[in-house]
Write a protein that binds this ligand. Structure first.
Ligand code: PGA
Length: 255
């Protein structure tokens, strides 16, 4: 499949980090790297930082995302944030199904699917996260686990919406651990995810789908990972919190 059909996309997942002043400083630190970037760059920030970073990034090439949204438009869901609330602010992207949400907050394939439908209906673009645990990898069930997560998340998602979707393959055992999947391991599962999407929709949809790798991606391993035929970008946690490192990954992704 032709990789040049897909723009490289580097997204930072700030997780629960950065007070507003720190968020502004980090965006200001990233912006110079964008001037010469030949890839799309997204910062997915805490809800409380959204207004600050939207303002700091205005007029630049930095795209802004949130890290979750609810499946309902509004209602009695104390503590939650809906997709229309994000869209109204001018937020463009949202991460859904991150393994930390699945692990600590009871997120299931069904709720990820419901959130995905809500996000797309509000005009948001979605970074859908899938990935196996260490135990699943050791049992040799990485392929069916990741394929099932993709199939469940995309249940009843029409082909027309697929242009607004990115998938991030994040092996749970590689997130925040410093253990990266080898480029070959990561590339293999990203290829499998693309095959799953081809099976669900068509080869044409799969060929245009951006698939990111995430899990301890850093300036030292980014180039090799991004060189894999089925890896089109990265979802970066720890290294996205340091402007210099994030800039180096942006550079590695600029072809
Ligand atoms: P990490 O996080 O780069 O710190 O491993 C990646 C992620 O969880 O999205």
């Amino acid at each position: 499949m032709d990789k040049s059909l897909r723009p490289a996309v580097i997204a930072g997942n700030w997780k629960m980090n950065k007070l507003r002043g720190e968020a502004r400083a980090l965006v200001e630190g990233i912006l110079p790297a964008l001037a010469k970037a030949d890839c799309r760059v997204i910062a997915c920030v805490p809800f409380t930082d959204l207004e600050t970073v939207l303002e700091a990034a205005r007029g630049s090439r930095l795209h802004i995302g949130a890290q979750n949204c609810h499946w309902a438009q509004s209602g009695a869901y104390t503590g939650e944030i809906s997709a229309p609330m994000l869209a109204e602010m001018g937020v463009e992207y949202v991460i859904l199904g991150h393994s930390e949400r699945r692990q600590y907050f009871g997120e299931t394939d069904a709720t990820v699917n419901a959130r995905l439908k809500a996000a797309l209906a509000s005009g948001l673009r979605v970074i859908l996260c899938v990935g196996e645990t260490l135990e699943q990898r050791q049992r040799g069930i990485t392929a069916p686990v990741c394929s099932m997560q993709v199939r469940s998340a995309l249940y009843e998602i029409p082909e027309a919406a697929m242009g607004d979707l990115l998938i991030a393959y994040e092996p749970v055992w590689a997130i925040g651990t410093g253990k990266t999947a080898t480029a070959a391991q990561a590339g293999e599962v990203c290829g499998l995810i693309r095959d799953t999407v081809a099976d669900l929709y068509s080869g044409r949809v799969a060929e245009r789908l951006c698939i990111q790798y995430g899990g301890s991606m850093n300036p030292g391993n980014a180039a090799e990972l991004l060189d894999q035929p089925d890896i089109d970008g990265g979802l970066i946690g720890g290294a996205s919190l340091r402007a210099e490192e994030f800039a180096q990954i942006i550079q590695a992704a600029s072809r």
